[in-house]
Write a protein of this length. Sequence first.
Length: 245
Amino acid sequence: MERLQKVIAHAGVASRRKAEQLIVEGKVKVNGKVVTELGVKVSPQDRIEVDGIPLEREEPVYYLLYKPRGVISSVKDEKGRKVVTDFFKHVNKRIYPIGRLDYDTSGLLLLTNDGEFANILMHPRYEIEKVYIAKVKGIPAREKMKQLEKGIMLEDGVTAPAKAKVLSIDKRKQTAIVELRIHEGRNRQVRRMFEAIGHPVLKLKRERYAFLDLKGLNPGDYRELSPHEVKQLRALALAGSPYVS
């Protein structure tokens, strides 16, 4: 179920604010009845009319993007910087990212126009494992790695248990490559976790999202998810437990 104004906006009829105005003005019908309340939610089976014209809903689409560094995880940017939807110029549907990766973080990002699907994957109750590869300053001691796994106290609370592993070290440059597996999605969480143990991130990439990876893709490349992959993701999220590879 999604809010009526959001469905109208996603169909490309008007912006969400304009859609709200149309509802308040009594220009929207759901299943033949005029709706003037903004809190109304509708399902895909409901018939919606705007100014007497039936609403044609977009077919849902699902994409996996290898987001490069230096790109905003948004559909637009006030500063004119490159955004993830710039890679989908030929896609005539109003897609948006599921969650986000920081401007300086590369890796796997999902995009869709399916609001219900996006909400399921982003909801903190539904735990989907994400695998990050971080190049960090310094070489974390075993005790520091255990802190990452047990949970780190951040300004917004303690992080959930994670899995951490040092993949390689460079003694000359005093850097390390660390794999971190988490199933939360807080803002800049991975960077903040490493900062908290005294090993700030120099470079960060999300390599996996549940069973999905970046094989065969270069930065800026994308592919469409298969119906089976979409079904698997939905089932994993609703199962309420993290995917373990």
